[in-house]
Every structure is written in C-alpha cells, then in structure tokens.
Ligand binder design. Structure first.
Ligand SMILES: *[C@@H]1O[C@H](CO)[C@@H](O)[C@H](O)[C@H]1NC(C)=O
Ligand SMILES: *[C@@H]1O[C@H](CO)[C@@H](O)[C@H](O)[C@H]1NC(C)=O
Ligand SMILES: *[C@@H]1O[C@H](CO)[C@@H](O)[C@H](O)[C@H]1NC(C)=O
Ligand SMILES: *[C@@H]1O[C@H](CO)[C@@H](O)[C@H](O)[C@H]1NC(C)=O
Length: 502
C-alpha cells in the first residue's frame, strides 16, 4: 500500500540526491580580453562564491586553466577560429594541441576539462565562408586526438555556433531549418557529434534582437510573459529565447535529429554602450534567466533544461567593438569583480563581489583647468586616448554620454591614463592634462544606477601564489572574432516572426 506522505518524502530524497549528483549550478563565459584582467584565482573564487560550477573559456589561457584546477568547476575549452586551418591540416597538430592544452592541465593541475569547443561561431555569415572548409576536419582531428590521448569518454567535442546557422521559412519556430548554403555541412557535423555522444552548442542573444530592430517589441526580449504571444500551432511563444531555440529544435527534427543534445553557449545582456544596454534591462533579463535555470525550465519543444552559459562573468575593456560599443560591457560583474546590480541567485542568495582585489592609487587624469576646448591639439589627443583605451561609455545613450565637453575630454584622458597603469607620461597630452586626486565623476543626484564613473584600474602586478606554466599564447588584444561578433544579424529572423503576425 502506498503511503502518500512516505512516497512524497521518498520522492523528495530521490530528487535531492539526483540534484546533488548532477551538481546543480550556473554556467558562464570567462573572456580575458582586458587591459587589466582580474587575477585568475580571484575569478575562480568569484564564480564559485556565486554558485557557478561550469565555465567556458575562449582559448587555452594557462593562468585560467591552472586556477581552475581542482576547483570543482567543469571547463569548456574553446579553440579560436584562427587555429581551425592548422588543426584541419593534420592530426599531428591536433594531437599536439590536445597534449599541451588539455592533457597537460588535466594531469598536472586536475583541471576538469569536459568539452573542447572547436572554433567560435565559425559559420557566421559575416566571415564570408572563411572557416567553412576547416571547421569539420578540425573537429574530427581534435576528436581523434582526444581518443588517442585516452580522453574520448571524459572530454566531448562541440562547435559553438551563432543562431544565424538556422532560419525559418514561415516566420515561426516550426519553420526552422539550417541555412541553405551550409545545410549539408551542418547535417554531416551533427551526425558526427551525435555518433560520438557530443552536443551542439548555440549562442542566442535577445539583446541583439532588440538592438537590431527599433520596432522589436521590447517585452518579447524578457521572460516576464507580458509580451503578446506569438502562436505557432499549439504553442504560444512569449519570449525570443524560447522561439529562437525551438527554431533550432525544428531544424534538427526536419533533418532527422529528434534528440540531439544541445547547449546554450552564450546568452546575456550588456550594461553600457547603447541606450538599451543598461543595468535595469540587464538585471531584468539575467534575473529572468536565473529563475528559469533554477526552475530547470526548458522550451515548449524541449522541456528538459539545457545547460546555459551566461555571457559573461566580467567586462572586457579590450574586446573589439565591431559589433557595437556594448561589446565591452556584457559582464554580470564589472571588470574588477564589483557588483553592477543585484541578482537573486535562488533562495534569496544575492551576488557576492570579488575578494582581495588590489587597486592603483586614487588619482585621475583630467583636462587641465588652464587648457582650452579650442586648443588645436585637443581633438587628436582625445582620439589618441580613445584609440588606446576604452571610451565606449561616452557614446550616445551610454553612462557618460551626457557629460559636458570638458568632462568628456577628461574621461578620455583618464581612461588612457588608467590603462597605462597611471604612468605620469600618460597624462601629458601636449600640456592639456593634469593629474588630480579628486574623483572627477559627476555627482550622482537621484542615485542613477547608470551614473558615469571615472574609473581607477586594478593593480595586476601583485604576485599571486601561483606557479605559472610557460605562456603559450601571446595575449594579443583586440583580435576580431574572439567572442561573438556580428551575432545581431541572426536575430532578424525573430522580428520577422512578429512582422508576419501583425
Ligand atoms: C594551446 O592553445 C593556445 C591558446 O589558444 C595556443 O596559443 C597554443 O598554440 C596551443 N598549443 C598548441 C601546442 O597547439
Ligand atoms: C566579408 O566581405 C565583406 C564584403 O566583401 C567585407 O567587407 C568583409 O571585410 C569581409 N569579412 C571577412 C571577415 O572577410
Ligand atoms: C565625447 O567624446 C566622444 C569620444 O571622443 C565623442 O565621440 C563625443 O562626440 C564627445 N561628446 C561631446 C559632447 O563632446
Ligand atoms: C600595467 O601593469 C601590468 C602589471 O605589471 C602589466 O602586465 C601591463 O602590461 C601594464 N600595462 C601597460 C600598458 O603598461
């Protein structure tokens, strides 16, 4: 005889056990295109303190991989697109990559590498087909190399793709199929992944839907259910993430893949550099996302939860701004691990900031009081500063977009000065600049959360207690296409859903 209460508690115990076993937690992206990256051990602690147990890296950064050793975090390790051609050309290159960048860290540091992400959105339309030939052979060579290294079971391969690899014929998710120019290639890749029990990874950006089309119904970007639903047969869609993801599920079904494992490789919302990139929107979006993840909610066509890597843990001031000025502001945290906005991570647990961060001195570089706005050297000085430092917060609709002309110049000078580690030579600008110990940030009347801040950089010279392995990457900054550039293009499909309906 069933005793309802007993069965109830048994069920609860079983559920809890399986949760513990599957190690529930959040997943995020960790990009390191920063002039002043946080020390890797501080980032690892920041992720752990906030309940993240999975992280995706864009390249094999030795400092990050070492700090992640024995941390309890699972790692998805990315391979930049520039490596696809060499990896495709020879299995020996792939074996060497796996030996130096995977096996080495697993055996020496206990880094829990679970996925290798081959390329980053390699089939993006904007790449003009540059990686169409090399991606699949590179994937196959990496897979062969992992098997040869004895890691075939432990480490799975995947390819993170932009949502522009699929489109819809009827403006609705049910009309989803792969882009005709790459359909055969996609089918072959998915067959290969499926045969090897490997997932497909897709990056989905509701922010870019809103950003690409001024008529995009804003509510549809969030998860609050206030948007007028889009009806697709028996399913109503109230947010773009569901609709976009299910377009992929339909594309997979149409090509015979009914249970392909999927991962959402990037999703997030930036806080600056664009009128819709602000803390209120980012908080609203990410809070909705966190709640979905906590509820283990899937989409109408794929009700099982999908691992979802939030983009990103911290801001990166040296990323390419080709996609837009918002590109350097995707962090849930500021570049230094301070909190941008609160998030309830579940059960009332609030975000906690990074600990142990060291800062440079409290000094700023500002436009000298004697200098004139009509000085002929001024435009070039500002242009130079902004070429070598991050001025994206000065753009229209951004946190410092309303500064008066002098403060605007000061902001640019200070950004350069801080990026150059406050070197006194970096605050000259043909005698137009001077160092000040008074914070030049405008007074924040009304507690505007997006108020303009004149920053101070962190001190990254402090020796950390980590024996670093030899660096294998040159740490080049501003390489285009490290993270997802151009992804906004793909979301044109989603506005079309609504245009069709209206
Ligand atoms: C390991 O990865 C790094 C970063 O992507 C790269 O610079 C390096 O060449 C790789 N090592 C090998 C042996 O391929
Ligand atoms: C792709 O082609 C366009 C137009 O020809 C060009 O402007 C762009 O620079 C190309 N992009 C790449 C990554 O080759
Ligand atoms: C502020 O500086 C930025 C970057 O140099 C420039 O694009 C913008 O036009 C400036 N705005 C004002 C009001 O001077
Ligand atoms: C600033 O200091 C850090 C730590 O010493 C160093 O790695 C970095 O290259 C410096 N940046 C500049 C522009 O000098």
């Amino acid at each position: 005889m069933g005793h309802p209460k007993l069965w109830g508690s048994l069920l609860l115990v079983v559920c809890c056990l399986s949760l513990v076993k599957s190690g529930f937690g959040f997943a995020c992206n960790w990009g390191t295109r920063s002039s002043h990256p946080l020390p890797p051990d501080i980032v690892v602690k920041l992720m752990k303190d906030n309940g993240f147990n999975k992280v995706k890296l864009f390249e094999a950064d030795p400092g990050a991989l070492q700090a992640l050793g024995n941390s309890g975090l699972q790692v998805m390790l990315g391979i930049p697109n520039e490596f696809l051609a060499p990896l495709a050309s020879s299995v020996r290159v792939a074996e060497n990559w796996v030996a130096k960048n995977v096996s080495y860290f697993i055996s020496n540091f206990g880094t829990n590498i679970r996925y290798v992400a081959v390329g980053n959105e390699p089939f993006l339309n904007a790449y003009n087909g540059s990686f169409l030939q090399s991606t699949f052979p590179a994937l196959q060579n990496i897979q062969a190399a992992l098997i040869k290294a004895g890691l075939g079971r432990q480490v799975k391969v995947t390819i993170p793709l932009n949502a522009d690899v699929y489109e819809t014929s009827n403006g609705l998710p049910s009309g989803g199929n792969f882009r005709p120019d790459i359909r055969d290639l996609m089918v072959n890749i998915i067959k290969f992944l499926s045969n090897n029990a490997c997932p497909l990874t897709i990056n989905i950006y509701p922010f870019l839907s809103l950003n690409a089309d001024p008529h995009f119904p804003k509510e549809y970007a969030f998860f609050s259910g206030n948007a007028a639903p889009v009806i697709d047969g028996s399913i109503s869609y109230t947010n773009v993430l569901d609709a976009n993801f299910d377009t992929l599920v339909s594309a997979l079904e149409k090509n015979g893949f009914t249970s392909m494992p999927l991962i959402i490789g990037e999703v997030g919302w930036p806080t600056d550099g664009d009128p819709s990139a602000n803390k209120a929107n980012a908080q609203r979006f990410n809070q909705g996302l966190i709640e979905r993840i906590n509820r283990r909610q899937g989409t109408p066509k794929r009700p099982v939860p999908t691992d979802t890597y939030i983009f990103a843990i911290v801001d990166e001031d040296a990323k390419s701004i080709q996609p837009g000025n918002f590109e350097r502001h995707w962090g849930v945290f500021n570049y230094d691990g301070t909190i941008k906005y609160s998030l309830n991570m579940g059960n009332g647990k609030q975000l906690v900031p990074a600990k142990g961060v060291q800062y440079l001195s409290k000094q700023w570089c500002v436009m000298s009081p004697q200098a004139s706005l009509s000085d002929p050297n001024l435009p070039n000085s500002v242009a130079y500063a902004c070429d070598h430092a991050d001025c994206t917060s000065l753009s229209y609709g951004s946190s410092c977009g309303n500064l008066d002309a002098k403060s605007n110049v000061s902001y640019a000078f200070n950004a350069y000065f801080q990026t150059m580690n406050q070197s006194s030579n970096a605050c000259k600008f043909s005698n137009l600049a001077t160092i000040s110990t008074i914070d030049p940030s405008p007074p924040n009347q009304g507690n505007n959360r997006d108020a303009c801040q004149f920053g101070i950089m962190i001190d990254t010279t402090k020796k950390r207690h980590l024996a670093r392995p030899p660096r294998t990457s040159s740490g080049t900054k501003l390489r285009i296409g490290q993270n997802s550039c151009w992804y906004w293009i793909s979301f044109l499909l989603v506005p079309s859903i609504l245009i069709m309906k209206n």
